[in-house]
Design a protein around this ligand. Structure first.
Ligand code: SAM
Length: 261
């Protein structure tokens, strides 16, 4: 991770970002109005944030095997739970955004790469409780904690798969008729991320939404995000700085947006 790169990308984001008043795409304008700016407090938010509070009070550590590009701050294998929640788990602001996106689009199939302690999985699964939410985590110790969190919040629609994305993603995709939603939040390197993208793309429905976390985490992730946006099958791409959203709707003109969020 380079702080210089992050700062540079953030300045670019602020300078190039658009407010909703200048949006020329009715699809994106509607998305901003109805989803990004939706201030309602949904029933699940409080439960998930209470769970986060409990985890933030845990100073015990677990030993984990890091299969990805490492954490932003600490790539060692023994990690304090409170620190992991602070450094790795999705923030309330973005967790709630994922909830609202799923609540809005109501995908019929949902997948996440990178469960960690399960905070983002809970936000997403709770938004669409009648649909199975598949999430893959490579570190068994983390998966065990995540499973406890799912049980505590009675998130019965989450199916947690333990193992490397490389081993499990092909099989998971084979089991799906089509893919409407994926959140890619693990192994933040260019080549693996592009490989997950390409694999998921083969199953993407016209209405699918793919979300990539940490798109400006490093120069190679910025490059990766650019490659994804330029892919001929991607029509609408939205850069929120922290995460990137892509749509494949053929009825939309190809357009890239950098939006202040
Ligand atoms: C950023 S964390 C996920 C955070 C979580 N989505 C949240 O917001 O609460 C990324 C996770 O992906 C897992 N991971 C990274 N590379 C992996 C790989 N190749 N296979 C399986 N899991 C992997 C790591 O163990 C880590 O727990």
């Amino acid at each position: 991770m380079s702080n210089f790169h992050l700062a540079q990308q953030y300045i670019r984001y602020l300078l190039k970002g658009q407010s909703r008043f200048y949006l020329h795409s009715p699809f994106v304008f509607q998305l901003v109005q109805e989803v990004f700016r939706d201030k309602r407090q949904f029933y699940a938010y409080q439960d998930i944030e209470n769970l986060r509070k409990g985890l933030l009070g845990r100073s015990d550590s677990i030993t984990i095997q890091d299969l990805g590009a490492g954490s932003r701050v600490n790539a060692t294998t023994t990690r304090r739970i409170d620190k992991m929640v602070k450094e790795v788990a999705i923030t309330p602001k973005y967790g709630k955004l994922l909830f609202r996106l799923i609540n809005h689009f109501k995908p019929k199939s949902m997948l996440e790469l990178g469960t960690s302690l399960g905070i983002s999985a809970l936000y997403q699964a709770k938004a669409n409780p009648n649909i199975t939410f598949l999430t893959i985590e490579g570190a068994p110790q983390l998966a065990q904690l995540a499973q406890q969190n799912f049980t505590r919040l009675k998130a019965d629609n989450i199916e947690l798969i333990v193992g490397n994305f490389d081993d499990h993603l092909p099989q998971v995709l084979e089991g799906l008729e089509s893919l409407d939603y994926v959140f890619i939040d693990g192994n933040h390197r260019k080549e693996p991320t592009l490989s997950y993208f390409e694999q998921c793309l083969k199953k993407a429905s016209n209405e699918a939404l793919f979300i990539f976390d940490d798109i400006h985490w490093s120069p190679e992730m910025t490059e990766c995000w650019k490659t994804i946006c330029e892919h001929p099958q991607v029509t609408v791409s939205i850069d929120l700085y922290r995460m990137g959203l892509v749509f494949f709707r053929q009825e939309q003109a190809k357009q890239h947006f950098i939006l202040w969020f």
